[in-house]
Ligand binder design. Structure first.
Ligand code: PBG
Length: 323
């Protein structure tokens, strides 16, 4: 036999030498769930080993993440039901939990790249990403609030705003609003090809943000569609997105690959809560090797072409990369 591919797999050292893709801790973003109050922490039942914490404890975590070599956090907040309405009032409050969190984290760890979630669902009495009118999610009115919300995050010192709502035209509107107020250096990471997915279940439990009626299928994408995901990414880039994202991760690796092929901006992928839960649950049963499954999943994102990866396993990845 002239060609024997197995020759390149003979030893661990040789496999390392010819590896086409590598995971690095420079690729990782860590999502954080922030609670009101002080000294509060709660493990998320559907995400064993993952905690939501009040800001004081979150700041300590961010210091630790930075010391480990992690370079970015993606912030999500859980606000009290009494602050939720159908207008996003609390979302644009300069003194709100998100805005306060950005200020505290940037002050404690100035080097950390802080990205904020921009969408109305944690603030919505309906649990929807936009304003509801007659049972429908209004697009343009929502976009105005999202632009205001992004501005409020930028004023607090966010490095990037990350719109995860999937309204049409929001990237352009946010870019315009930020520039008009002198925040031309605040970046936008757009959740561009974000699918209406069952894999967000544990996240919605964590933030108590599940939709009160219906589903998110009139704004998040149909899992049947691929070309449309590329269109969404290209539209966002045209409107000024500095990075685009595909979400969820493993079920949409084809989309990471397709979007990467067509984009000239960094492409990120979100390894979402349900994917975390699946690995944790199977590992707890002894059905899969947790560490191996984590690293294989993260490496597959690199192979598909992702530049950045948001994952609840970032600490594990650092531990395993150093091992
Ligand atoms: C909200 C938002 C969601 C996630 C990130 N931002 C949930 C949703 O769209 O319902 C999901 C993240 C995860 O599941 O880990 N706009």
């Amino acid at each position: 036999m002239m060609k024997r591919p197995r020759r390149l797999r003979k030893s661990a050292a040789l496999r390392d030498l010819v590896a086409e893709n590598r995971l690095s801790m420079n690729d990782l973003m860590t999502p954080l769930f922030i609670l009101e109050g002080e000294g509060q922490q709660k493990e998320i039942p559907s995400m064993p080993g993952y905690w939501k914490k009040s800001l004081d404890l979150t700041v300590e975590d961010v210091k630790e993440l930075w010391d480990m070599g992690l370079k970015s956090v993606l912030l999500f907040v859980q606000v009290d039901d009494s602050l939720k309405d159908n207008a996003g009032t609390e979302a644009v409050n300069d003194g709100g939990l998100m805005q306060e969190s950005v200020r505290a984290i940037k002050e404690a760890v100035p080097g950390m790249v802080v990205m904020t979630d921009v969408a109305l669902d944690p603030y919505s009495s309906f649990g929807h990403d936009g304003i509801v009118v007659d049972g429908e999610i209004m697009n343009d009115g929502t976009v105005e609030v999202l632009a205001e919300m992004a501005l409020s995050h930028a004023k607090s010192g966010a490095d990037f705003v990350a719109p995860s709502d999937m309204m049409d035209g929001r990237i352009g509107a946010i870019r315009k609003r930020l520039d008009a107020e002198g925040f031309e250096n605040t970046g936008i990471m757009s959740y561009s090809a974000k699918y209406a997915s069952s894999f967000y279940g544990p996240f919605r439990d964590a933030l108590d943000s599940a939709p009160g009626f219906g589903d998110k299928k009139t704004y998040q994408m149909d899992p049947a569609n691929a070309i449309e995901g590329v269109k969404e990414a290209l539209l966002d880039i045209e409107e000024g997105a500095d990075m685009v994202m595909v979400k969820p991760g493993l079920p949409y690796l084809d989309m990471v690959c397709r979007v990467k092929e067509k984009s000239e901006v960094p492409v990120s992928v979100y390894h979402v809560s349900g994917e975390y839960a699946m690995i944790k649950a199977a590992a707890a049963q002894g059905w899969i090797d947790e560490d191996a499954a984590i690293m294989e999943s993260l490496l597959s994102f690199k192979r598909a072409g992702a530049d950045l990866i948001a994952t609840y396993f970032s600490r594990d990845a650092v531990r395993l990369l150093k091992a």
